[in-house]
Design a protein around this ligand. Structure first.
Ligand SMILES: Nc1nc2c(ncn2[C@@H]2O[C@H](COP(=O)(O)OP(=O)(O)O)[C@@H](O)[C@H]2O)c(=O)[nH]1
Ligand SMILES: [Mg+2]
Length: 257
């Protein structure tokens, strides 16, 4: 089988300290594309990325969901890896993620709760939130995830298209009115299970964040997460396939014009 190509996507918003520590540990030969999507940083993040010659895209929209989508829409590789350069992800795991997808998985999650891995960054609330979300999702979708909120993952490009992850916020009136998705984590774990795609977890510690501050809001993300699980649970597989087909047609039409 031909070698799969890989895109590494990194979102940044005032992440200079993290970038200084993490970028030297990323070997560009691991990937075919490296794209940084920046949310208009003002702390020198942009200059730091430029030193490494990675492709930098300034986000036009706002928020993390928009950053994920911008990264995806600007890459073409077979594998799409989401990696936050804030110290929370171990770059040396990237080759393992690529190898696992190449074995035939559609999504591979770096799990902070699959022994012997552990999170050094969790607060009491985030640890509890993770446990509850993972238990509920496993129960509702008949899955066996160990970390449903971790963002460090590899996806097969075709699987993202089939799950319509990049267009989730446009799927229905409900999604447009109340953006249910703050990023892709919850949609993907629900939809991989719904579509019967292949997934696995690999253990990976979550080191402490380097500098900067988390922009994650427990209330906002928690509420959006609960609403999204509900929306994915009650919508049919057929509706998901229709939404994915609609996005595909829209993409084809815009590439022709
Ligand atoms: N492009 C972009 N990146 C963001 C935005 N918000 C956060 N980030 C980056 O996304 C990653 C995760 O961010 P954060 O909100 O701090 O979440 P946490 O680290 O999971 O607590 C970090 O690398 C941030 O710099 C945003 O609005 N746009
Ligand atoms: Mg983080």
């Amino acid at each position: 089988m031909a070698r799969l190509t890989t895109a590494l996507f990194m979102p940044t918003l005032n992440e200079l300290t993290g970038l200084r520590a993490i970028l030297p540990r990323i070997d560009p030969s691991w990937c075919d594309e490296i794209v940084v999507v920046d949310g208009n940083s003002t702390d020198g993040t942009i200059d730091e990325v430029a030193k490494y010659g990675h492709r930098l895209i300034q986000q036009k929209g706002r928020g993390l969901f928009d950053a994920w989508t911008t990264g995806f829409d600007n890459t073409t590789s077979d594998i799409f890896i989401v990696f936050t350069p804030d110290g929370n992800c171990i770059p040396e795991l990237i080759p393992t993620l690529i190898a696992k997808i190449s074995e035939g998985y559609d999504m591979v999650c770096v799990s902070r709760y699959l022994p012997p891995a552990k999170s050094h960054d969790d607060t009491f609330i985030s640890a509890l939130g993770n446990r509850v979300f993972t238990k509920v999702i496993n129960l509702l979708f008949g899955a066996r995830y160990t970390d449903t909120l971790g963002g460090f993952r590899a996806y097969r490009r075709d699987a993202i298209l089939a799950m319509n992850l990049h267009r989730q916020n446009e799927e229905s009136w409900l999604h447009r009115r109340f953006p249910l998705t703050t990023t892709w984590e919850i949609g993907s774990v629900c939809r991989v299970a719904k579509l019967g795609l292949r997934t696995t977890d690999i253990p990976g510690d979550e080191p402490i964040r380097r500098g900067g501050t988390s922009k994650m809001s427990v209330v906002r993300n928690g509420t959006a997460g609960v609403m999204q699980i509900g929306a994915d649970f009650f919508s049919s597989r057929r509706a998901l396939e229709r939404a994915a087909a609609k996005s595909r047609r829209a993409a084809e039409a815009s590439s022709r014009s």
